[in-house]
Design a protein around this ligand. Sequence first.
Ligand code: IPE
Ligand code: IPE
Ligand code: MG
Length: 228
Amino acid sequence: MSKSDIKHLAIIMDGNGRWATERGLKRTKGHEAGAEAIRDITTYCAAHETIETATFYAFSTENWKRPKLEVEFLMKLLDKYLKRELKTYQEHNIRFQAIGDMSEFSKSLQKRIKETEELTKNNENLTHILALNYGGRAEITMAVNDLIKQGKTELTQEDISSALQTPYSDIDILIRTSGEERISNFLLWQLSYSEFYFTPTLWPDFSAEELNTILESFTQRNRRFGGL
Ligand code: IPE
Ligand code: IPE
Ligand code: MG
């Protein structure tokens, strides 16, 4: 695979809690550091020649199982992140979009998300998608239900692909930080032919330099898509 083929990059940002615990800090400090780490990675992607979309997993449909205080902290952090990073999005010509079921968020957070999407909608260097209250199974189920509502009785793969929330479905590379090697219900449909890269680095320590090294290593991989 040549570097020029990387259009859609996906990242599971994992390890914030462990980063904090290792330092004798509360888990919330790890989330704060993790939110800071996003900036360099998105600006790197925006400057990258071929990356058009970068989809980051920020909150899963399963993350509601965490202690209430941690969930509340994450919601407030998301609001602060969007408020603070609007400047980054505008300066680097990055479009922001969210996927997932936002209806469970507070009205004010939903408003912030919509506003950020609206204010950045004409930006062209990169589409930065945050997956929020996102689950791969939920996304596929929602897509199929939408198609049923439209009156379809038989579906093609193209029907399902185009009914998903992610605008460019196929992901070239998935990176997961923190050493865990699983998908955790991320983009199940869109990952069917992705290359996977697992790094032990905890998300707050993940840098543009490491991302660059990973992308370079992918140029050595041979993507066959079932052919020879
Ligand atoms: C990822 O870090 C952030 C979210 C899932 C919100 P974690 O909070 O999962 O960190 P670890 O896995 O406990 O270290
Ligand atoms: C996956 O991380 C979700 C996000 C990074 C938002 P988790 O830490 O929630 O995943 P598991 O529980 O280790 O599978
Ligand atoms: Mg985790």
